[in-house]
Ligand binder design. Structure first.
Ligand code: HEC
Length: 151
């Protein structure tokens, strides 16, 4: 039985172990940010009163956002995956690779705002709403410089 599994692994691993294609990296990156957008969308709805405030749900959403903000996503920034090379497949601007330190700093600011949100997410609507707003400002700051208006 084990031998069969090993044989199957030996057959599949080489197929998986090739360098990532630029298109796949861009798609993974978009997927990553879509997850960020999903959690933030739910938090934003709660912050703006479109959804009822629920302390446990707010804490869970903030915690998921924290996991995402801690994801070390250098692999998603493979060179050759900007919207110059992959027109129509990504909104990532070449400026990301021209100013990697600033891009990273914008990512750090996002991470700090998310950490601060986690401190107060369960403390009532009045405490969480401004913290969600501060996270949103860090999304916008990065998008303004590094995300194209369209694909
Ligand atoms: C450090 C920079 C940075 C931060 C911070 C950031 N984003 Fe983005 N985001 C990007 C880039 C770059 C893309 C484009 C990725 C691509 O197309 O390859 C993107 C794409 C997205 C997408 C994918 C779908 C689309 O239409 O492009 C969503 C949704 C999104 N971001 C939401 C958010 C939200 C919400 C936040 C904050 C909670 C956030 N992002 C924080 C840089 C950032």
């Amino acid at each position: 039985m084990h031998k069969m599994i090993l044989a199957a692994l030996a057959l599949t691993l080489p197929a998986l172990a090739h360098a990532a294609e630029p298109e796949d990296v861009a798609a993974a990156r978009i997927g990553f940010y879509k997850l960020v957008g999903l959690e933030m969308g739910a938090l934003g709805a709660m912050a703006q009163g479109e959804a009822p405030y629920d302390a446990d749900r707010a804490k869970a959403l903030a915690a998921d956002l924290k996991v995402l903000s801690e994801y070390q996503h250098d692999d998603l920034l493979m060179p050759g995956t900007s919207n110059t090379e992959l027109a129509g497949k990504t909104r990532a601007l070449p400026a990301i690779w021209a100013q990697p330190d600033d891009y990273r700093a914008k990512g750090m600011a996002f991470g700090e705002a998310v950490a601060a949100l986690n401190e107060v997410a369960g403390d009532g609507h009045k405490a969480m709403a401004p913290a969600v707003g501060k996270v949103g400002a860090t999304c916008k700051a990065c998008h303004d410089d590094y995300r194209a208006k369209d694909f």
